[in-house]
Ligand binder design. Structure first.
Ligand code: UDP
Length: 191
């Protein structure tokens, strides 16, 4: 468990936004895992999940007060939580500012389509390359399709651990892109 805390981003939301902006601008690949205590437990129980958490391209951010408190108890300096909703909101706004493209995968069809519609209305210049609900049978096929589109931001809302395992299986098919498992964020943002 301690090895995950060694890697956790402790700089807080604003500092993390700078990391995201820079990666987006430089078209560098980045995998973000928003970690609650359950996420870190999954790493202890599942060797593939452990591998993805420890990968040098993976950035773990503390999603939830439980992770922040646990970090403090272990003596790590973690400023505040950084949630999937906050990351999603920032990346969408930043994608507009930088003229970048996004793909949305996950949640129910009515949720993800409502979110795509809402974003298109709010940000007419946002490059939404496409979206897909999270209940299609073969999500690996969907990811192959996403890879062909070469998006700059891929938000995956399938819940833990499905979203992280799926991203990690396909990450190296992409030359660039910020990939984030955002859990229930589409449900929040579409409303
Ligand atoms: N979901 C999905 N496909 C699935 C299972 C879940 O798209 O096979 C979606 C679900 O509709 C919800 C999100 O994944 O939008 C999971 O949200 P939850 O709050 O459970 O995830 P957490 O944030 O706790 O990881």
């Amino acid at each position: 468990m301690k090895k995950y805390f060694e890697k956790i981003f402790g700089g807080g939301q604003e500092e993390f936004q700078k990391v995201l902006s820079k990666h987006l601008e430089e078209e560098k690949r980045l995998f973000v895992v928003t970690a609650n205590p359950e996420t870190l437990m999954t790493g202890q129980e599942n060797s593939e999940f452990d591998r993805l958490l420890m990968d040098e391209e993976t950035c773990i951010v503390p999603d939830g007060i439980g992770t922040v408190k646990a970090a403090h108890m272990l003596g790590y300096d973690v400023a505040e939580r950084v949630t999937g909703v906050e990351i999603s909101q920032f990346l969408l706004k930043e994608a507009v500012r930088q003229g970048k493209t996004v793909f949305l995968l996950g949640a129910k069809e009515e949720v993800v389509s409502a979110l795509a519609g809402k974003l298109a209305a709010k940000y007419p210049n946002l490059g939404i390359l496409g979206y897909e609900n999270g209940y299609v049978k073969d999500k690996d096929v969907v990811f192959d399709r996403i890879a062909e589109l070469r998006p700059d931001v891929v938000l995956v809302a399938l819940g833990i651990p499905q979203q992280e395992l799926l991203i990690y299986r396909h990450l190296r098919q992409f030359e660039k892109g910020i990939f984030v498992g955002v859990g229930g964020s589409f449900d929040v943002l579409s409303g």
